[in-house]
Structures are given as C-alpha cells and as structure tokens.
Design a protein around this ligand. Structure first.
Ligand code: GAL
Length: 761
C-alpha cells in the first residue's frame, strides 16, 4: 500500500532533521532458500514458488477422498488433484535487513506465504501467519543495524483442492519509519458520490494532524485536513480506469512531518439492489471469470507481467471482472486490476470449520477468521477495482444454523473494516434448497449461487434484495484442438485420451453450458451477471479425469494453461465483446480419414445469421433460434460431410448485410513455425503455431518444438496447454499440443526462434 518515495530531492527537502523519519518501503526480492533445514542454500528471487520446477509425479499429494461437491458416494484415489507437483513439505528463506539509525518503527509486510509461516529475526520468533493466501505484517524491534530474517514455511498434504504453490510467492516489503506514522493499511478511502472522497487514517504515535492531498498526474487537485476531498473527479470504470494519487502526510506532536505515504485511488460508486448492479449510476451485468492464482507454467509466484497478459486477453474477449477464486487477492494483482480496469470479487475462504480437505483452512478457521478477514479488507479496501467481498466458496455450513450465524458474523466483520457502504458482501452458495431453507441466502447482501440454474428464481425470491449473481457458472470442460465424433452433449464426459471436446458441449453433473447461463440471464432481468468457471486453466483439479493419471490440470478454462484460446473464447467473445465483430469456425478442417463422414460445423458469431460453404458449395443459412438450447447463441450445421479443402462462413447483420467471415483450410505436412510475439513488461510471450508450407495451421502436429533465445532475451518457461503433459515447463523444448505452444521469455529484445524437432526454421 505504501509506495517508495522516488523523488529524492523532494525527500531531502522534507526531512526535518539530520535523520529522515519518513516511512520508507523497500521491496525485498533477494533471498536465500533451503529445502533441507538450512544445510544447503541457494539464491532465489521472491516472488518464488519452489514446487513449479517439478517434476510431476503421481505420488505428489495423492489424495484418497470422496468429493461431496462432485456427488461422489465413496472415496477414490485422486492423482493430479493438486497438480502432481512437489509442493508438500517445508522450506526456509533467509536474508538480512538493515534498520537505519534513528528508526522508530520497522516492519515486514508479507503479501502471501504458502503456508503456515513463521518469521524470525536474529533467531527470535517475531510473527507468522497460517493462511497461505493472506497478507500480514510483523514488527521488527527498531534497533539500528543488520538483522537476520528467517522465514519458515510448511505445506501439509491434503490441504488444498488445487495447486497451491509453495513458499514466498508474493512480494515482501520492509518498512522503516519514525515512532509516529501511518499504520500499515491505515488508510480507509471511499467515494460516497463522484465528487467526494472520504479518507480516514489510522496512525501510530502522537499525531497533531493528518493532511490528505489528491494529485492528478502530479498536479494537486484537492487537499484537506478533515478527511473529505471535494472536486470534479473522473470516475473509475473498466472502460476508463482513471486513477488519482492520494498523498497522506502525518505530522507529529511538534507539528513536524513524520510520515508520508502515496497510493493510487479511484473514484467510483457501487449500488446493488432490485434494479440490479450499478457502477457510477449505470446498470451493468458482470461479464466475469473466476481465476485461480497460479500463472500456469510460472506457477504461483506472482508475476505482474504475466497477470497483465491474462487481463489483456480477458478484456479483449469483453470480460470486465474477475473473482479471485477461492483466495485472497495479492496486492500487486489488485494494483493491476485498478490500472487496467477490471472489477474484482475479492474472496477469502474455500472452507470454514467443516473440512473439504483433511488439512485445509478448517484447521485454523475458528482461531483465525477474524484476523484473516480484517487483513483482507484493510489491504484491499482502497482499491476501486474491488466491488464486492466474498466470505466463502461453497461452504459446507451453508445449510445449517451455524452457517447462518457465521454468514452474518463474517459479513458484519467485513463491514466493520470497510467504510464503503456501496460495496457488499457475498458468498458462493451451492447446496440448494438447503441454503435457502437455512436462511443463508436471505442473509447475504449479494445473493450469489454457483451453477444450479433451476434455483435462480427461488433464490431471488428468498432474498430481500431481489437479484441474483452467478458466482460461478458453466464449468464447461474442453481441450484446445480436440474434437470427438459423433458430437454428444453430455454431463459425464470421458474419452480415452483424457481430453474433452472442443465443440463446447461437455460439462459436469453439477454444471452446465455457457448457453444455459445466458438463457437464464437474458430471460430474467433480476440477474446481475456471472463469473465463469474459469478464465484460464489452472494446475490441479483435472475434472472429469480426477482419477485418471496423468491428468494434472483443469479443463474448465476459456483459455488453456498456456493462455491460448480454446473455441469457447470465441463463444464468450461473441456475446461479451460488443465493440468488435466475432466470426469463428469450429472445428479445424484437417481430418485425414474422415472423408465422407458427418463432421458438424459450428460458428460463434455476434451476427444473428450466417451461411456456410464447403469448397464453395453452400451448406445453407442458419439463424439463431431463441427457442433452442444450442442454437440460441451458436449457429450449427450438424450434417456437414467432411471433404478436404476450404470451409468458409459468411455472417450477416440483422438487416441482411454481410459483416464478417471466417475461413479454415485443410493443412498439408508440417513445414514451419509461425510465431506471434507479444510483450508485457519484461516478459515476451511467444505463441508458436506449426503450419504447412502455405501457412495453414497443422492441428494434428504433436512433435517437439525447440525454443532458442539470444541477445538479452532469456528463456523462462514453456507450456502447450495439454492437461496430461508431464514435460517440464522449464526446459526450452516441448511437444506441441495440436500444433501450438507458448514460450515465455524474459529480458530485452525479440531474438527468439521456435523450431520443429530441433531443426532451425
Ligand atoms: C465448484 C467449486 C470450484 C471448482 C468447480 C469445478 O463447485 O466451487 O472450486 O471445484 O466446482 O467445477
């Protein structure tokens, strides 16, 4: 929250004596790391995830469990449930910090350590935190000189339902200052209307006054000594994420400047009610996705540039919000959401006292939830992107009186630390009608449900607020580039190669298709939108293949683990992106051996109507049909007979004019690799596609691709999006999955080659 003051001249001018007492925040990225109790150490850079390097192994956190949520009646062995990576166990981190002369206050702020961490200074325990997803501060005796900091972490087996990562996976700050100053997360900021910003500041020491100033690009536009800033502010929204700088100056008893903090804030209002959800007075429905915290091949170690890429891809699809499922978001993650314009449901827990996993947060809930909610809310409350809190996901207690009591208490606890009356509290409710009967639905400020479309109406009626949010929707499963024939709509998919259909017709017994969610949203004005499970595939939870090795990552993503779009991307884009045309054909058109066989063709488009051609011969025009489950939002030609050549679709606007088209061609032999490079900060993402000599994508290619960098660019990771691949993410070679993969490089320049089977192209 506090940012380092970078203007050294101004810093010097403001120092009131030989000793500068202003609070300074240093990011601690260099640490030493040991996995053998301190016998051997290596230098690492934090954020760090010690398990992502692998190797994948079926024995890693093999869980014998019965997953109630999946309707399972008896225990069975789940192999890749938490990613099959070696994250269980303990580790040590250590480094030195120097407390400057004249320091009156020193603290370390950890944004997330996985998990059960203990912090020591010079051999003495000074703090720690159980929950791996929360931020916490530990004070250090402000004794001038060098201090040895040691952080111990410990991950228990069966403590998660997905890959949690391991170690200090978010940033660490070292704060030093005077006896008087702003507390960590001491500011509470909100806008009651678009012309007012209210700030309260919790301080330590003896304070004579606190001054707040608001800057727009360095220019002061408002100032106050009473906590109320007035002005004509530009509102923050996903479409225009305007940010201002709030400067807080804390003066000590003698009237001298003792501390100065800067943070970015936004001005926006939130309303939830019978009229739906309004941002800055304008009604809208959430076009959101749930996101786990891992970044695919980079693991859980937070990387702002990789996260920026995720958000850029999501925004291009038309997505405007994320749910940090089922975790507390990182500070940098929220800073990026603020900056890029993405609304956030900030979640807290996947379980309360009743266990979902033997060693999950249930072990700590009773003693820790108040502290956990307090830190979550204090850390995140000033972020304009955060538009709601979630006190839990599919909590077991939701069906009983204890669940009702706790729902009320946790909700009130959020409110206690959040000054913004517009921001409300929710939880993802799933057991229906149990959660209606227990009173939990009625107790929540934002009634929200996961799946269970047939219950939306009853939930709306049970809630005094008169609207419903889809906290989790779809859970459709698919694999990029995989298609199975005949095309079958099913909630119990199984294919021998452990993949799911790219026709987007497979889901789970508790879930549904995107089309089903949209029908309910469109037919019921009291729905306020959705958070799709999930934006990106994540490590772990390989449903529907939880029991089938070597599946080790999810199939739910709109994007695969490599950040490559599955067909579903275009389906969501056709609805969510209202400023660009979408016209996409499913499947690819390279089917040696399928000649003469029925090969259905789907078109995902924003247009109401389109005509399909195979080698120039019309296959007829199709119109979207609101009365049909699968033709309301897609255009389908179910009887197309495959012949090699060209598949083309032409889409028409309602007035009959041609507006877009898409073409796919049958590919020949793999001949070259086409690369598309996209830079986000220090990372260069290289999306490689194997093509034939004419540049047509070769979807059947699964040979090895090699990545070679030169100059100032270094190879960092590679991923092909295949949920069953056991290849290392960290060697510069990998098999392509359906002719594609993504290589991630770090550093300057664009000197990277991706070549077929080791041969330079
Ligand atoms: C939900 C759950 C998610 C994930 C999803 C898979 O019930 O909240 O965490 O497990 O199912 O469909």
């Amino acid at each position: 929250m506090r940012t380092k003051v970078v203007d050294l001249a101004a810093l010097a001018a403001l120092c009131i004596s030989a000793v500068c007492v202003r609070c300074d925040a240093q990011i601690l990225s260099e640490w030493r790391f040991s996995r053998d109790g301190g016998k051997n150490w290596e230098d690492v850079s934090v954020p760090h995830d010690w398990a992502i390097a692998g190797p994948f192994d079926i024995r890693n956190d093999l869980q014998k469990v019965k997953i109630l949520e999946n309707g399972e009646e008896k225990e069975s062995v789940k192999s890749g449930r938490t990613g099959a990576l070696p994250w269980v166990g303990g580790a040590l981190y250590s480094r030195k910090v120097t407390v400057p002369e004249g320091t009156g206050y020193a603290a370390l702020v950890f944004d997330g350590v996985m998990s059960e961490c203990e912090v020591y200074a010079d051999g003495k325990k000074i703090g720690g935190w159980k929950h791996g997803y929360n931020a916490f501060a530990v004070e250090l005796p402000p004794v001038a000189g060098e201090h040895e900091i040691v952080v111990k972490t410990h991950n228990r087996p069966e403590s998660s339902r997905w890959y949690p990562g391991a170690g200090i996976y978010r940033r660490v700050k070292f704060l030093t200052g005077g006896e008087t100053g702003l507390e960590v997360w001491g500011n509470a900021v909100y806008s009651p209307d678009l012309e007012t910003v209210k700030v309260t500041s919790e301080c330590r020491g003896r304070v004579s006054k606190v001054i707040h100033r608001m800057l727009d690009g360095g220019r002061e536009i408002a100032r106050t000594g009473n906590g109320t800033l007035k002005g004509k502010f530009e509102p923050w929204s996903p479409e225009s994420p305007k940010l201002y700088t709030l400067v807080t100056e804390v003066y000590d008893a003698a009237g001298a400047l003792a501390d100065r903090a800067e943070e970015k804030i936004g001005v926006r209002t939130l309303e939830y009610g019978k009229d739906g959800f309004k941002l800055n007075g304008v009604k809208r429905k959430f076009k959101g996705v749930c996101l786990h915290h891992d970044l695919g091949p980079l693991g859980a170690a937070f990387n702002g540039d990789a996260f920026r890429r995720q958000l850029a891809l999501l925004k291009e699809m038309g997505c405007d919000s994320i749910r940090t499922a089922h975790n507390m978001p990182g500070e940098e993650q929220l800073e990026i959401c603020d900056e890029m314009g993405v609304m956030v449901m900030a979640e807290s827990f996947d379980s309360w006292a009743a266990a979902k996993c033997r060693n999950g947060y249930n072990l700590f809930f009773d003693g820790w939830w108040r502290r956990d909610i307090e830190n979550l809310v204090k850390k995140c409350r000033n972020r304009p992107s955060v538009v709601m809190w979630s006190i839990g996901n599919e909590i077991t207690e939701q069906v009983n009186a204890e669940g009702l009591r706790l729902s009320r208490e946790l909700q009130a606890w959020c409110r206690r630390f959040d000054p913004d009356p517009g921001r409300k509290v929710t939880q993802g409710l799933s057991w229906m009608p149990g959660a209606i009967e227990s009173g939990v639905v009625a107790a929540m400020e934002i009634p929200a449900v996961t799946y269970r479309l047939p219950f939306y109406k009853a939930i709306c009626e049970a809630s005094p607020y008169g609207f419903v949010l889809g906290a989790e929707t779809a859970s459709t499963v698919s694999s990029r580039g995989e298609y199975f024939f005949p095309v079958e709509v099913t909630d119990k998919p199984y294919h021998g190669n452990l993949q799911c259909s790219g026709y987007d017709v497979e889901y789970c017994i508790w879930s549904n298709l995107p089309d089903d969610d949209w029908a309910v949203q469109d037919d019921n004005p009291w729905t306020i939108g959705e958070f799709v499970w999930t934006g990106f595939d994540y490590l772990g939870e390989p449903t529907p293949y939880d029991m089938h090795w070597p599946s080790r990552s999810s199939y739910f993503g709109i994007f695969d683990l490599a950040g490559l779009p599955k067909d579903r991307y275009w389906l969501y884009r056709s609805r969510w992106n209202t400023s660009s045309r979408t016209c996409h054909l499913v499947p690819h058109w390279t089917w040696p051996g399928r000649e003469g066989k029925v090969t259905p063709v789907y078109c995902y488009t924003d247009s109401p109507e389109a005509e399909l051609f195979v080698n120039g011969r019309s296959q007829g025009r199709r119109k979207k049909d609101p009365s049909s489950r699968l033709d309301r939002y897609r255009l389908r030609w179910n009887d197309v007979v495959y012949e090699p050549g060209e598949l083309k679709v032409v889409a028409y606007a309602a007035d009959g004019g041609k507006v877009s088209q898409a073409v796919v061609r049958t590919a020949g032999r793999a001949a070259k690799v086409k690369v598309e490079k996209r830079r986000f900060g220090s990372l260069l993402f290289v999306e490689a596609t194997v093509t034939d000599a004419d540049g047509n994508w070769v979807p059947g290619f699964d040979g090895v691709l090699k990545v070679r960098t030169s100059g100032k660019l270094r190879f960092k990771a590679v991923c092909n999006g295949d949920a069953t691949s056991l290849e290392s993410f960290h060697l510069p070679r990998m098999k392509a999955f359906h002719g594609k993969l993504t290589a991630i490089c770090e550093g300057e320049g664009e000197d990277v080659d991706v070549s077929l089977g080791g041969m330079e192209i």
